[in-house]
Design a protein around this ligand. Structure first.
Ligand code: BGC
Length: 751
């Protein structure tokens, strides 16, 4: 496509029309310029292609394979698996003439109540970034684009189209932006989708800091940014800020506004041109990579099954009650056995190719009875259903309850009101635990639930919303045909009130304050040493793994050098299994208030019985750094860090101390308000300030070395300008000192 030539032929009106969608899913067409339209579709875990055939008066959604939602697929901790899922989705898109799949969605799970958590990957930005990048690479390798969403700080559904997320910059940089940043650097998504909400008062769709400064200038992104559907408030401001494509368009309203703004000089034509060029480049890319594909939907269903098996998390397994042997009489109880909840509501909802329930395949596994016990669709106690279930359970050797959240509890567009399972389910589970038989609970939910009976049941299997094949995958795990290997990509607090966002969710006066800052999920629970129901990263196996021989490539290194960490893991049990080894870094330098540790690496190993493999992690400067707003950069201070390797955030097997020496030198910004402590700390400025302030310091305490320590402690938090009140110094003299200090800092920097 000759983009330059096409743009030269475009009138202002043509250009204004080029930056808005047509219908719900198309980019505009210019037959006279030989620019065809391309189609986008949700996303993220299936192809929800919508059709509208007016001539036949038919509209709807095609059927396609519903893969595990991100809440589940994240538990695989397996980038290769996500990449495979991406390939399958990409090929399905090609077959359906879809140029861009709208996903993945990487918003951080700030509160368990967010209605869309099931679509999101994790409470941890590192996990979200790595797994989303893998999915993107898979889809795009098939010549189909992705749209990573929702950029950014869209962590609730309450007032999602208006609410302002009030987040400080450090928290944005460390928690809410890195998954997007990683994706840009490791997978280069064809498109970004900006979020509905405002950030610190400015809509994402017209936020130059977000869409241009951070995304393009700092991260170097050169793809297309589209709006979420209906997220545009001021289209002209949006173009100026870097929003290329409005979706799904405004029925021409904004086109007129764009033309007028350019004519009146309120919007530069260059900004509009850039947006047009980005749209055309996307069309070109899609056309170039279009290929003929036929999908074997049955095979893709099998892929969805294979992926689901890798995602299930065994949360508890007392006395090895699982796996079931196949010889015992098992009472299956709960409507979800018959109608599994396997996906969430809203724009990601797939018209599934076929749904396999656990009940429909149960006879392949052993002897069983089935009783509904409760309605899976609502929170209502049905005495008769309960009685029947209890009677069947009395006759069984083991009881498996299929519990979970009804559809209406979790969906896009609204948040959950509480974190509980329906009372009818909790009640029945409590009654079943009194029968004196092993009770196993399988959970179908998109986000953590309170588990008041957790200590009374023998096993808990978290199936999440595992896609259309989840019923079969669950049976494979229950009966040991598959050894579970999922780990939680989020914490399960004991109760909602424990969650760090509790006091500030979902906000008021159209604002939500992210007052907990960087202390999200385990970063909060672990720092506070709080009890949780199940920690981040937790997940059991039917075999056992032994960790050993933790080693580092060097004990001391410069931030730029980084370090390699290795640990051996041996399968000491009697069946093959997989273990996700996790690496956390704990900053002991005291340079900032930080979480007690943060995940900086994970590695899933497949091990035969007796086999040993090595998990290896390469830690770069960023793995140790925090975002220093004052310096406007990431900063890994000199000093001690503890490297922790373990099975979950709470089960650390080995630790080792390392030191950063010669961290990246970041100039201290100096002004009248710089504190003496900071100036004294910096070797470049220390001697000078000691000399300048000598009469004052001497007056505080006589100058022997021990009391000098005390003097430093006393003046540490005193800004330069405050010395006026304690030491005869004029404003002019302070300014001279400031100028000298700046010079010293500059000289040190140049060395
Ligand atoms: C959702 C997006 C989705 C879009 C198109 C919006 O309401 O927030 O995630 O891709 O609709 O369906």
């Amino acid at each position: 496509m000759d983009i330059k030539g096409i743009m030269e032929k475009m009138t202002l009106q043509d250009k204004a029309r080029a930056v808005a969608g047509v219908g719900f899913w198309w980019t505009p067409a210019y037959p006279e310029l030989e620019v065809p339209p391309i189609q986008v579709s949700d996303g993220p875990h299936g192809v929800r292609k919508m059709y509208d055939i007016p001539a036949e008066k038919r509209m709807g959604t095609i059927t396609s394979v519903c893969f595990p939602a991100a809440c589940a697929s994240a538990c695989s901790f397996d980038p290769e698996l996500l990449e495979e899922m991406g390939h399958a989705l990409g090929l399905e898109c090609q077959a359906e003439d879809i140029a861009v799949l709208l996903g993945p969605a990487v918003n951080i799970k700030r509160s368990p109540l967010c209605g869309r958590n099931f679509e999101y990957v994790s409470e941890d930005p590192y996990v979200a970034g790595k797994l989303a990048s893998a999915l993107i690479r898979g889809v795009q390798a098939e010549g189909v684009g992705t749209s990573i969403k929702h950029f950014a700080a869209n962590n609730q559904e309450y007032e999602r189209m208006f609410c302002s997320s009030e987040v400080d910059e450090r928290t944005l940089r460390e928690i809410y932006l890195p998954a997007f940043e990683t994706a840009v650097k490791e997978a280069d998504p064809w498109t970004f989708m900006c979020s509905y909400n405002r950030i610190n008062g400015t809509y994402s769709s017209e936020n130059p800091w977000l869409l241009t400064k951070v995304l393009r200038d700092e991260w170097g992104y050169d793809g297309l940014v589209m709006s979420d559907w209906g997220a545009v408030a001021d289209r002209v401001a949006g173009i100026a800020a870097g929003l290329d494509l409005e979706m799904p368009g405004s029925n021409g309203v904004n086109e007129a506004g764009i033309c007028k703004a350019v004519e009146e000089g309120r919007l530069s034509e260059a900004a509009l041109d850039q947006a047009v060029e980005n749209v055309l480049r996307l069309v070109e890319k899609a056309l170039d990579q279009k290929k003929e594909v036929t999908v074997d939907w049955e095979k893709d269903h099998e892929k969805a099954l294979a992926i689901a098996r890798e995602c299930i998390v065994l949360l508890k397994n007392e006395e090895k009650v699982l796996p079931l042997s196949g010889d015992e009489k098992v009472a299956l109880i709960g409507g979800f056995a018959e109608r599994p909840r396997y996906q969430g509501g809203g724009s990601s909802h797939i018209e599934s190719f076929k749904v396999v329930s656990s009940l429909s395949v149960a006879e392949r596994y052993g002897t069983f009875t089935y009783n509904r016990g409760f309605s899976e669709a609502k929170d209502e106690i049905d005495e008769e259903l309960q009685r029947e279930a209890l009677a069947a359970a009395e006759e069984a050797d083991k009881i498996v309850v299929f519990a979970g959240l009804p559809d209406v509890f979790e969906s896009e567009a609204y948040d959950r009101e509480h974190m509980q399972l329906p009372a009818c389910q909790n009640l029945l589970i409590e009654k079943l635990t009194k029968l004196g038989k092993p009770v196993i609970v399988v959970l179908h939910n998109g986000s953590p639930v309170e588990l008041p009976w957790a200590d009374k049941v023998d096993a808990i299997v978290e199936a999440y919303l595992g896609g259309e094949a989840i019923g079969e995958a669950v049976m494979d795990v229950l009966y040991g045909r598959v050894n579970p290997s999922g780990k939680l990509a989020e914490s399960f607090p004991i109760k909602l009130q424990d969650n760090p966002s509790y006091l500030n969710f979902p906000g008021m006066d159209h604002k939500v304050r992210y007052a907990e800052g960087v202390f999200v999920g385990y970063r909060y629970y672990d720092t506070k040493q709080m009890e949780v129901r199940f920690p981040f990263g937790h997940g059991l196996s039917y075999t056992e793994f032994r960790y050993g021989n933790l080693r580092v490539s060097r004990k001391s290194f410069t931030a730029a050098e980084g370090v390699t960490v290795s640990v051996d893991v041996t399968n000491v049990g009697d069946r093959a299994g997989k273990e996700t080894v996790q690496l956390y870094v704990a900053d002991r330098t005291g340079s900032a208030i930080r979480p007690v540790h943060e995940l900086k690496g994970f590695c899933k190993l497949a091990l035969e019985p007796g086999e040993t493999k090595t998990a290896q992690f390469v830690l770069d400067e960023r793995a140790f750094a925090w975002y220093d707003v004052k310096r406007g950069d990431w900063y890994a201070a000199n000093g001690s860090y503890i490297i922790e390797v373990g099975r979950s955030s709470r089960q650390i097997e080995y630790t080792t101390e390392v030191h950063i020496i010669g961290s990246k030198k970041l100039p201290l910004p100096i002004g009248r308000d710089t504190q003496l402590g900071e100036i004294l700390q910096d070797p470049a400025t220390r001697e000078y300030i000691l000399e300048q302030m000598k009469p004052y310091f001497d007056r505080l305490v006589p100058n022997d070395s021990e009391s000098m320590e005390m003097v430093e402690a006393i003046v540490r938090f005193m800004p330069l300008q405050a010395t006026r009140s304690f030491y005869e110094v004029t404003n002019e003299q302070i300014d001279e000192i400031v100028a000298d200090l700046r010079k010293l800092v500059e000289e040190a920097e140049q060395k």
